[in-house]
Ligand binder design. Sequence first.
Ligand code: OXD
Ligand code: MN
Length: 623
Amino acid sequence: MTATLPAAPAPHAPVPAAGPSAAGPSRNAALNGWVAEMTELLQPDRVSWCTGSQAEFDQLTKQLVREGSLVRVNPEWRPNSFLARSDPRDVARVEERTFICSADPEDAGPTNNWRDPVEMKQELIALFDGAMRGRTLYVVPFSMGPIGSPLAKLGVQLTDSPYAVLSMQIMTRMGTEALEQIGPDTSWVPAVHSVGSPLVDADGSRRADVPWPCNETKYIAHFPETREIWSFGSGYGGNSLLGKKCFALRIASVIAREEGWLAEHMLLVKVTSPEGRSYNLAAAFPSACGKTNFAMLQPTLPGWTVETIGDDIAWLRPDAEGRLRAINPERGFFGVAPGTGERTNPTAVATIWGNTIFTNVALQDDGDVWWEGLTDRVPDRMVDWQGRPWMDGLPVPAAHPNARFTVPADQCPSIADEWDDPDGVVLDAILFGGRRSTNIPLVAEADSWAHGVFLGATISSEQTAAAEGPVGALRHDPFAMLPFCGYNMADYWGHWLDMGERLGEHAPRIFQVNWFRKGRDGSYLWPGFGENIRAVDWIVRRLDGAARARRSPAGLLPLREDFDLEGLDLPDGAWDELFRVDPVAWLQEADQTRALFERFGSRVPKRLLTQLTVLRWELVARL
Ligand code: OXD
Ligand code: MN
């Protein structure tokens, strides 16, 4: 065990100019030094600096197929595609093992798990000591955002998981080009990942590998002050693809606050009206609210197009003219497979025609993949996500509910040309959504930036059977960032409020949407999916000053005669119910908002508390 704590590399601080070090191929001496130091700690058999080439991808996939960690999907159905089956104990992000290790616990805030950074580092160093014995240490340089974009940020992941290397190659701009971006004094984020399953013990005895190595003990640790990520024990998703949630949200949100921009859990779309005018929208939705479907929406209203820029994360930054510009920092989609099907999202299905890594889906007799919801027809027999025989009628799903596809974004038929524009796109509007059967209207506009921040801060969803907790209970997920904000959420609200003041008249307008409101009989009032374009149509006509709105405590609401319902068979009374504001139910909601704010004590910005006070006055006046 390493007894001493190595000095933090602090790579975000300017590093003294230095030529390439003999110890590594980077022009950044701190990077070479860090890799050397970590190699000593991790004790791998080999170190491999990844280039990001197709040859490297092919060599790794061949090796993993040979070793039994990947199954090649029938190339006649899906060329260059693979199936990974994870350990059944390693199937999702582990929020309860995710830590923000700031010096002051208050800086992590009540919604994050906090650990003392020195203690955490000591514990991690003990765990990482020798963790890669018998394995290869892959050095994965990556750019979040188009290479060379003024909005991009660089990172380097060390990992012993070739599956993570392949996934990083799809999900980020990874390899030589990214490495070349890291000059002698360029900032970069160090991210170390190990599955925590060495093949050789400290005494030299060797053990055989397994298809999906991992460890019972898991830590997804973030050090916001030194901008480091340390992830141990899991090979799955956001636990191991460290560019995604760990960097592009948790660490980036900290950097963004310091540098005056926003790192957000938002999709990005470009919508074009029948008149040929285009608008760029960002939208934050908690999970299980149809985020990917909205990012790939197929409009039912004639003349509209929706093009995809991003499906999960957006970085928003004021430009020289003071307008808010947005990029998707990722290069691929890591989508939930179950529920993605020919009927619900044909664009996503078309995207995964090949070059896709599937994880924990089922395999059909013909060697193609399948999951619940892909097709209406259920194959009679399959191999399930754990590699076991499966027959139609069995009471367990064939694919794991969190099964995933990892696919390059540029394969998406609806991808916008601008998706990898280094300058990003100018944002016209921001949408906040949730899954709410009551109270929240189909669409509402914030009457000010501060009101918009209030709408974002109070995003909530009703608990579904998929998560722990009482079904129907309200779960607040502010800005859909609950597990992803790298600092105190109340400070984050303050940062959003400050951004509005800085953007002034250039600030995008803010809206709230809810596709899930139900009538008194429990059925959905709104058809959703492609029909959601009708709400978008109203939103962009609001931006153009062409649609009116009426005031309500829930925000500015559409007038029926201004809203395109042509060809839609809404049930009787549905329109009124979609926009009904019941003051009694809303006052109860306001109580829940107060309870949310109280968790943050005096750190909640006064400007947000004022929004709540005004809301209560308006509701009481309506009793
Ligand atoms: C995701 C998530 O996988 O938000 O994108 O959990
Ligand atoms: Mn997400």
